[in-house]
Design a protein around this ligand. Sequence first.
Ligand SMILES: [Zn+2]
Length: 404
Amino acid sequence: MFRSLVLFSVCLGAAAMHLSAQSLPVSEKAKKLQTSSIVIDTHDDTTQRLLDPSFDITVPHTDGNIDLPRMRDGGLTALFFSIWIDGKITGPTAVKRAVDQIDAVREMVRKHPNDFVLATTADDIREAKKEHKIAVLMGVEGGHMIDNDLGVLRTFAALGVRYMTLTHMQNTDWADSSTVPPQHNGLTDFGKQVVLEMNRLGMMVDVSHVSDKTFYDALAVSKAPLLASHSSCRAICNAARNMTDDMMRDLAKHGGVIQINYHVGFLSQQFRDYEAAHPEVEKQIHDEVDKRCGTNEICALTAGDQVVRDFMKEGKLPKVEWTEIIAHIDHAVKIAGIDHVGLGSDFDGAVMPLGMEDVTHLPEITDALLKKGYSEADVRKVLGENTLRVMSEVQKAARDLNSK
Ligand SMILES: [Zn+2]
């Protein structure tokens, strides 16, 4: 989930199925590789749409970035549905709303057993692939949702949640975020207990959104590799929640993985600079969404991403092309190594670049990496094998901690 001062809202995508026809031609080799690979996306915000009873994920939609037919078109194997509420909402309300979202994801799986299966382990994902089902996983995006209670954390784990992002865009009572001034100098003692309890529970510790000091504290404390579920490279785009080269190297040294985020404001420095220099654009985006959606909140939920892309096409914002995703993947691979990079789109929660309007475009990433000279084995790592390895290592660490 992305929120910015300039580009408001749960910016959801809008790509009609017919737009998929505009996909770039992909080589036969890439198509085959995509179909035969485990393809995992570790961050998706479609959960917000599941809360709308009229939303049916199993049919094609003309808005948003994700639905079942488009997941199948894109060759996706597994998706982490984000459990997210604004970091300013805390206490029992935060817990209740997180549980509502967990329930919505679980109900989606229960109602469509031929298409979805709840997955909590690397083996579950491999099994789902064999059964031609989409593996559904969950990550809690923000430690505020545990209400400072390890019992709530344990309950989330029992319900199937397999990662927690330590913070969203606000500090929690025990961890600093990257997007507000620090209060704790990283993790408090309780924050360190949270990390260790996540290790014991077999939940991945997600460091997207956290401050650099929180990242280094988590790295020092954690008994298992860390996950950055949806972060890009700060060396290319200087966003506080992107990772520096040093952070990526240290993450990799401890076995972790950085999952590249597709949001335009995390991919492109030019886009960020323009945003900062032109604060009036935010109002123009708001006005345009209001014009398109009126009082229809559901429409507004999905319109922001399309409005921003339309603005790019009209020259009102700098154009950000999907190939920027490849630039970030390639940079991360050069710095962290091929075993430590993956995909964390932020679909249905951010602004997708031109050419990545929805999940159907995933094979183009595969094609681009092959054309860049990546071997098939290396592409498989980026598509999903690296995430599977981290999941397995986190599970092993949990077994070890529980046997002590
Ligand atoms: Zn996010």
